[in-house]
Design a protein around this ligand. Structure first.
Ligand SMILES: C[S@@+](CC[C@H](N)C(=O)[O-])C[C@H]1O[C@@H](n2cnc3c(N)ncnc32)[C@H](O)[C@@H]1O
Length: 296
């Protein structure tokens, strides 16, 4: 018979969890050990801090062990727990859908800065490649009269977007469409926003395991030079934007100059390139000319 598992106090459990994650080369071991312990016990940060000597129940120990095994295999915490905070909303993170990253909040911030004067206007938004729908949820939470069409080629992403838009209470202001970029879209938009797949195909196998093993290929692979999706989207952009409409793209490392060049080639004016918290150029915003100057 196996010996009974040693009962650990909360304090001992977090130290042991941290060590396991360090041994597995998880570089956020400290933070993740605390998060997973809180999730396994249902305790608040304050409860853990004020009662560190209380013992874990066997059920809590077992659940923590299951979470740790998954994290040791480099599964991101948001996937283990099934959700993550993005901007001011909490989105479900489901398998086969990109885990939305904090850097992507730079797009939301840029959009809100540039549409600031019209925050109360009935904006028409198109999100291309919506994944979990995190960007659309964040924008609709800040722009109370905006409406969004949310597009993704992946059925898993469409399901996740729908679930998150419903969860955030935006069903009546958002419509989810499974399609290839604009293929099923009619009309013109005040804002088109997109975090496209932008990793060069040859670099996919150099990505860290937390990305390579868990994020879907369709969300990552940007073709030979990483720029295929920008090319496909930008060639039809002028006819999809209203006069003075705004497009905002997420950028991969070192892609700002190429994307700027493509947009300027279609007569769009780059208005802002915003950096993320790590200092990388992350969001590029460009504006369509007045309607009578559009290069259609
Ligand atoms: C980098 S992910 C972005 C997901 C989400 N917007 C985010 O920021 O977390 C790119 C998304 O584009 C979708 N996608 C890839 N090719 C597409 C295409 N041709 N048409 C529509 N969506 C596409 C993928 O399925 C994926 O959900």
């Amino acid at each position: 018979m196996a010996p009974p598992a040693k009962t650990l106090s909360r304090h001992q459990a977090v130290a042991a969890a941290r060590q396991r994650l360090l041994d597995a080369d998880v570089d956020t071991a400290d933070e993740d050990a605390r998060l997973l312990l809180r999730a396994a016990t249902g305790l608040t940060r304050l409860e853990l801090a004020t009662q560190p000597e209380s013992a874990l129940t066997p059920e809590q120990s077992l659940l923590l062990d299951q979470y740790l095994m998954r994290r040791e295999a480099h599964e991101p915490v948001s996937r283990i727990l099934g959700s993550r905070g993005f901007w001011t909303v909490d989105v479900l993170v489901t398998p086969n859908v990109l885990d939305p990253r904090p850097d992507t909040e730079t797009l939301v911030e840029t959009a809100l800065t540039l549409v600031e004067n019209t925050a109360n206007a009935p904006l028409k938004i198109l999100e291309l490649g919506a994944g979990s729908g995190a960007i659309a949820c964040a924008l609709l939470s800040e722009l109370p009269r905006a409406e969004a069409i949310v597009v993704d080629l992946s059925p898993h992403a469409c399901q996740a977007s729908k679930a998150n838009l419903t969860r955030c209470g935006f069903n009546n202001r958002a419509f989810v469409l499974q399609a290839r970029w604009y293929e099923a879209i009619e009309g013109q938009f005040d804002l088109i926003i997109c975090n496209p797949p932008y990793i060069a195909s040859t670099e996919l196998n150099t990505l860290p395991p937390s990305v390579r093993l868990y994020d879907p290929l369709l969300a990552l692979d940007g073709g030979e030079d990483g720029l295929d999706c920008y090319r496909a989207i930008i060639q039809d952009l002028p006819r999809m934007l209203k006069s003075r409409g705004l497009v905002i793209f997420e950028l991969g490392y070192g892609q700002a100059a190429d994307v700027r060049h493509m947009l300027e080639g279609m007569n769009l004016e780059v208005e802002k390139i915003a950096r993320d918290l790590g200092g990388h150029e992350r969001a590029l915003a460009a504006r369509a000319p007045k309607r009578d100057q559009l290069a259609i």
